[in-house]
Write a protein that binds this ligand. Structure first.
Ligand code: TIU
Length: 223
């Protein structure tokens, strides 16, 4: 059992029953010319977490833990993209439109790929999701059940959109979730701060939060 001095209290997990869940670390959100920028956001904020995410991913792989990556993306015919999602707001480019990194948020396009620094290894699970939450319309829960996973360590982007939605979906499905606060980011710093607070409030009503060096130390000590 690994004990982590998380907030609001200790997060305890067994590596064999815990997956590292990496949400949507795709070029479309992190690099200029993708979906994030088309929505009017400054994407440079997000790339700052990449080194911390890399360190966690390397340590988790080294410890032999299960790794799951997700990608928010749609089929080329957009049959899994509700018009309500595509037509919302006034983006410069909509989902499916052609941008500098190919069609925005469409499977197989350069923009929908996970950034090189966090590229999935063969054998790691990659969940493609049409929604913000990673459980909606995906095989994630089945895969976690088959792997006997009860705990999730979560990182990725953006904190208050796909990460928070996924945390809430996971919490309602009975998973204990730890959000690594230096491995998640938002285009809006105040939304990140608010999300961290609301996740761990009320006695970890949604989950726990911690800085990634605590996890790195715990994994090292557990060896
Ligand atoms: N816009 C925004 O903050 N996020 C998303 O649209 N998707 C994810 O968070 N992955």
């Amino acid at each position: 059992m690994i004990h982590l001095n998380a907030q609001p209290f200790s997060f305890e997990f067994e590596l064999a029953h815990t997956a590292l869940l990496i949400i949507d670390m795709q070029r479309d959100f992190i690099e200029p010319g993708g979906f994030g920028e088309s929505l009017g956001n400054d994407v440079s904020l997000l790339s700052a977490i990449v080194p911390a995410c890399q360190a966690v991913l390397a340590a988790w792989r080294g410890a032999g833990g299960m790794v799951v990556h997700t990608r928010e993306q749609h089929r080329a015919d957009l049959s899994d993209c509700p018009p309500a999602k595509r037509n919302r707001g006034q983006p410069t480019l909509r989902i499916g439109d052609v941008g500098p990194m190919g069609r925005i948020l469409v499977a197989g396009e350069p923009g929908s790929q996970i950034i090189e620094a966090l590229k999935p290894l063969p054998g790691e699970l990659v969940i493609d999701k049409p929604g913000k939450g990673a459980f909606y319309a995906t095989a994630l829960q089945t895969a976690l059940r088959l792997a006997d996973i009860s705990h999730l360590v979560v990182m990725g982007v953006t904190t208050e959109v796909c990460v928070q939605t996924t945390l809430r979906e996971a919490n309602d499905r009975g998973y204990d979730c730890l959000l690594l606060q230096d491995c998640t980011e938002s285009y809006f710093p105040q939304f990140k701060a608010a999300t961290l607070e609301m996740v761990r409030a009320q006695g970890a009503i949604v989950g726990w939060t911690a800085d990634s060096p605590l996890l790195l130390q715990a994994l090292q000590a557990g060896r």
